[in-house]
Ligand binder design. Structure first.
Ligand code: PLP
Length: 429
């Protein structure tokens, strides 16, 4: 593959953008090499500026569940832009969006639209703190909730690590308020709540971890957290920015049958435009300004073009059997990858929930963050590049979930598995 134009663009970009990118993982730092620059995207494919075609399992990090450049989403956006780009006053599509979200995710009786997943989680935490009058929050090792200060707290391997900032710039006084737990550890959560439960405003969790590769909850784990939060008067926040409308139409909460107090969304609800949202029980949401005293606002929130894109996408994912078909496609991809790895003698296991999956270079079933980080990362990095050479783009990090779209048909999956045969062979050598 020729990458001359991408290389030239990356050289220019590095002079002007920190690391040459506008979001860190795009820079290929953990896998090595340089990113390609995308000219256009269609269905399951990205086309780079050098004319190379890539089967895409990143899907813009989640939104593109109906494939890139879907004609119905594009048409909705084109229609919306004919009426103007931003009004700064209420518009009808915001109401339709709120009706759609609250119908599909019944734990959300009211919602507030924002512009990113980060804004959604920041706002949900502020609401939780304001509503409970408590300050501490709990998050999980390996869970990512955007780049808000309170979430950039390093997770320790023990039950509880208090106050170690991951990023310079996060005030210690704030990070001390974030406690971290090991995902899928029942006992650790129980102990933490026994110790400081009365001080906890909220526990926030990716119900299926998608930011430490892909780790589903153990049987009963989310229920256990629900019970702890209820018992100790803390709010349970499901961060469904990634899982929402992806692992099931009603998100992970529908898939596992757990009702959180608050939910955060992003990605799919924007159809590829910059959108986030948070929602929950009416009495909680009524505490948000201007209905209540907890302040949160946005110049472009509820933007008409973004609402049109998101609504068009949410319409498509409601087609009967949509998620079942995606789940089956994801299963066939994972089985194909595992069998290709076996043929090459490379130890690999997979996890999947709905249309998200993880590929681990280990012979173990991965259920914890510690297991995910103990995998053979060097082997993943070799596999990543071997796949890229064969026209398949996986997330450029061993710690990201993969995403399928409805445009990934049987032929695309078969082509991916064929590429994987060669790529696993290259890893084994
Ligand atoms: N929450 C989760 C679970 C995410 O995966 C992400 C982003 O990947 C975010 C929050 C932050 O969303 P955004 O990047 O739109 O700010």
């Amino acid at each position: 593959m020729n990458h001359d134009r991408s290389h030239a663009l990356f050289s220019r970009a590095q002079q002007l953008l920190p690391g040459g990118v506008n979001s860190p993982v795009r820079a290929f730092k953990s896998v090595g090499g340089e990113p390609f620059f995308v000219q256009r995207a269609d269905g399951p494919y990205l086309y780079d500026v050098d004319g190379n075609r890539h089967i895409d399992y990143v899907g813009s990090w989640g939104p593109m569940i109906v494939g890139h450049n879907h004609p119905a989403v594009r048409a909705a956006v084109e229609k919306a832009i004919g009426d103007g780009l931003s009004f700064g006053a209420p518009c009808p599509a915001e109401v339709t969006m709120a009706e759609t979200i609250t119908r599909l995710v019944p734990s959300c009786e009211m919602v507030r639209m924002v512009n990113s997943g980060t804004e959604a989680t920041l706002s949900a935490i502020r609401l939780a703190r304001g509503a409970t009058g408590r300050q501490r929050i709990v998050k999980f090792e390996g869970c990512y909730h955007g780049h808000g200060d309170s979430f950039l707290v390093k997770a320790g391997s023990g039950m509880l690590t208090l106050g170690v900032p991951t990023s310079p710039g996060v005030p210690a006084g704030l990070s001390e308020l974030t406690a971290t737990l090991s995902y899928n550890d029942f006992e650790g959560a129980t102990r933490l709540f026994e110790e400081i439960g009365h001080e906890i405003a909220a526990l926030i969790i990716e119900p299926v971890v998608g930011n430490a590769n892909c780790i589903p909850p153990r049987e009963g784990y989310l229920q256990h957290l629900r019970e702890l939060c209820t018992k100790h008067g803390a709010l349970l926040i499901f961060d469904e920015v990634m899982t929402g409308f992806r692992v099931a139409l009603g998100g992970a909460q529908a898939h596992y049958g757990i009702t959180p107090d608050l939910t955060t969304f992003g990605k799919i609800i924007g159809g590829g435009m910059p959108v986030g949202a948070y929602g929950g029980r009416r009495e909680l949401m009524l505490q948000i300004a201007p209905a209540g005293p907890i302040y949160q606002a946005g110049t472009l929130s509820g933007n008409p073009v973004a609402m049109a894109a998101g609504l068009a996408m949410l319409e498509l994912v409601q087609a009967p059997g949509f998620h079942e078909r995606l789940s089956e496609a994801t299963a066939s991809l994972c089985e194909g990858l595992e069998s290709a790895a076996r043929e090459a003698g490379v130890p690999v296991t997979t996890n999947r929930v709905g249309a998200m999956f993880g590929l681990f270079f280990t012979d173990q079933k991965v259920e914890t963050y510690a297991q995910a980080t103990a995998c053979d990362i060097a082997a993943f990095n070799r596999f990543f590049h071997a796949m890229l050479e064969r026209g398949v783009f996986l997330a450029p990090s061993a710690y990201e979930a993969g995403f399928l779209s409805s445009a990934h048909d049987a032929a695309v999956i078969a082509a991916t598995i064929e590429a994987a045969r060669g790529a696993f062979g290259a890893v084994a050598r």
